[in-house]
Design a protein around this ligand. Structure first.
Ligand code: ZN
Length: 294
């Protein structure tokens, strides 16, 4: 509680290169916002805890973390990021702050933020993809973020790979040519020898990228029956990409699912995020608020 008695909530978007820290209750009422680099687990967690204590304290903290994670034990698990495998995030923050810590994936947190304030307002079943260095997907079904066994791993779906069209073996250290291995920003860089932002003029890059993204989107549509699909992340900043993904998704679905959203309203169905780079930290704040309320 603050001096005025109004509960404030902390949010952490814990990424592999930076952590975004925020305090507040909603996008128009953010009291503090700070970005720190991801260094060692001990140093990064200590700086995050200090941010909350030095800014007046909070009633609960939500953490949306890079993964994979185990939300039950509060650990980051098998990440290839050096030094971070088996990091106990929740116990470290709880020990330092003495308030409830809610732990989820970065993409589930971002999905929650988009549902509360952004591109998924009013929906209860949808998927939020981020296509950046890797690919992740947050999933809400029936108004609840999906955890199940651990959490969805949308980025590691297996999708068809035509090796004649695309001989690239794939970039995933676990699976080679899974969805992330073929379509992430890291895969684009390895396949074409340049980062996505330097390939804007190469049509073949974006035709192939749209093919893979549409395959992933169609799989999620068939499994989840989402009311909308949100595609965010750095790779989606290429302006031609979203229309290409919509067109290819329509072709791959082949008119089978008889919903007008999938036939003639795909520009409202496959959309970009509305909260931009703040979706993760805002969603993490919402995780904390929901936990405090319950
Ligand atoms: Zn993989």
């Amino acid at each position: 509680m603050t001096g005025s008695g109004k509960a404030l909530f902390g949010g952490v978007e814990a990424g592999g290169t930076k952590w975004v820290l925020g305090i507040g209750v909603d996008p128009d009422d953010l009291h503090a916002l700070e970005t720190i680099p991801t260094t060692t687990p001990a140093e990064t967690l200590q700086r995050a805890a200090e941010f909350f204590t030095q800014n007046g304290g909070v009633s609960a903290v939500g953490v949306g973390s890079f993964g994979p994670i185990d939300h039950r034990s509060g650990h980051i698990t098998t990440t290839p990021k050096t030094g971070w495998a088996n990091t106990a995030v929740v116990s470290a923050l709880q020990g330092a702050l003495g308030v409830p810590i809610v732990f989820d994936t970065d993409v589930n947190a971002a999905a929650l933020g988009e549902q509360r304030w952004g591109a998924a307002m009013g929906l209860d079943t949808f998927c939020y993809f981020t296509v950046g260095t890797g690919i992740g997907g947050g999933v809400m079904a029936g108004g609840r973020l999906v955890h199940g066994l651990l959490h969805p791993e949308v980025g590691h779906m297996l999708i068809p790979h035509d090796r004649e069209r695309d001989p690239f073996a794939g970039a995933c250290p676990f699976h080679g040519d899974c969805f992330e291995g073929l379509a992430s920003g890291g895969a684009i860089r390895q396949r074409w020898g340049k980062p996505a932002e330097e390939l804007g003029h190469r049509d073949e890059v974006w035709q192939l990228e749209a093919e893979y993204l549409a395959l992933g989107v169609v799989n999620v549509i068939c499994v989840l029956s989402p009311q909308r699909v949100i595609l965010g992340g750095g790779v989606m900043k290429q302006p031609s990409l979203l229309p290409l993904v919509r067109a290819r998704t329509r072709e791959l679905l082949a008119g089978y699912i008889a919903a007008p959203e999938l036939l003639d309203r795909l520009d409202e169905y496959i959309v970009g995020p509305a909260l931009g780079d703040r979706a993760g930290v805002l969603g993490a704040i919402e995780l904390a608020r929901l936990a405090h309320r319950s």
